[in-house]
Design a protein around this ligand. Structure first.
Ligand code: NAP
Length: 252
């Protein structure tokens, strides 16, 4: 059986990914601080395996403990394949360099970079002991490749996850196993993260008006459109390990 682990499944893109996978009859493990009752109900309705693990991804000890437990539970079931969606992310701090506070800066890197690194590490290690194929999907951003004033921390964290993805992919190829790891850039979506962006200050974020316009002009994609493009790619089986995919190319 195939299992999918989705971090940040409580809302936004993660919720949309989890919903699509439940509809595909896949077993789902959801990880976030809050549980999404709709997912639980949908899985019940469809008769699929669903389990939620509460975890604060900015607490590295908690991440290690919770994901060791998740790995233990899943590998016991001798899965044929595990899809790991490192989707959870935070945009804050939105602030210019010189005005950054330490706590949100460190938190950003813990959620956006350290947690996906540690989780991927756990699953690649466990996979070596079994015949399970692992596919890791790290959700990145166009901001990884484009400097945006006020977003130095977020841009840097997403650039780091892209490089982690590319490096880990080379290592897995060298091992000649079936594991794959990709990054996926979802474009601008109508989620809570965009609300946070719109509530930042003009002093901290130069492009504030442009992002308000995106919402007003209906330019933000619904998360389910983006999730469907990603899941169609994954289910096609035609994934190139190490590649940074962009939703705009998938929706052409
Ligand atoms: N929205 C966009 O326009 C956009 C553009 C480019 C890239 N992205 C990327 O897409 C991904 C999904 O973003 P989104 O727009 O769906 O964001 P969102 O609606 O704000 O949802 C973020 C998710 O991450 C989880 N999360 C945040 N901090 C966490 C923590 N400390 N511990 C555990 N879970 C945590 C949240 O769950 P809880 O609050 O329940 O813990 C929530 O489920 C992110 O990686 C983001 O960087 C988004």
């Amino acid at each position: 059986m195939k299992y999918a682990i989705v971090t940040g499944a409580s809302k936004g893109l993660g919720e949309a990914i989890a919903k699509r996978l439940i509809n595909e009859q896949m077993a789902i493990v959801s990880v976030s601080r809050t549980e999404n009752e709709d997912l639980k109900n949908l899985a019940q309705e469809k008769g699929t395996y669903y389990r939620h693990f509460s975890c604060n991804l900015s607490l590295e000890k908690e991440v290690q403990e919770v994901f060791m437990e998740i790995a233990h539970c899943i590998f016991l079931k001798e899965p044929t394949e595990i899809l790991l969606f490192n989707n959870a992310g935070v945009i804050e701090p939105i602030e210019t360099v010189g005005n950054l506070d330490l706590t949100p800066t460190v938190r950003n890197f813990k959620v956006n970079v350290i947690a996906p690194m540690m989780i991927t590490n756990i699953f690649f290690k466990e996979a070596e002991l079994s015949n399970t194929k692992i596919q890791v999907i790290n959700v990145t951003s166009g901001a990884a490749e484009r400097p945006i004033e006020g977003w130095s921390v977020y841009c840097s964290s997403k650039a780091a996850i892209n490089m982690f993805t590319q490096t880990a992919a080379l290592e897995q190829m060298e091992k000649n196993n079936n594991n794959k790891i990709i990054a996926f850039s979802p474009g601008i979506m109508d989620t809570n993260m965009q609300e946070t962006i719109r509530s930042s200050s003009k002093e901290a974020f130069k492009n504030l008006e442009q992002f308000k316009d995106y919402k007003e002009k209906g330019m933000l994609r619904p998360a389910h459109v983006v999730a469907n493009a990603l899941i169609d790619l994954i289910l096609s089986g035609d994934v190139e390990s190490g590649k940074v995919y962009n939703v705009n190319d998938l929706l052409k």
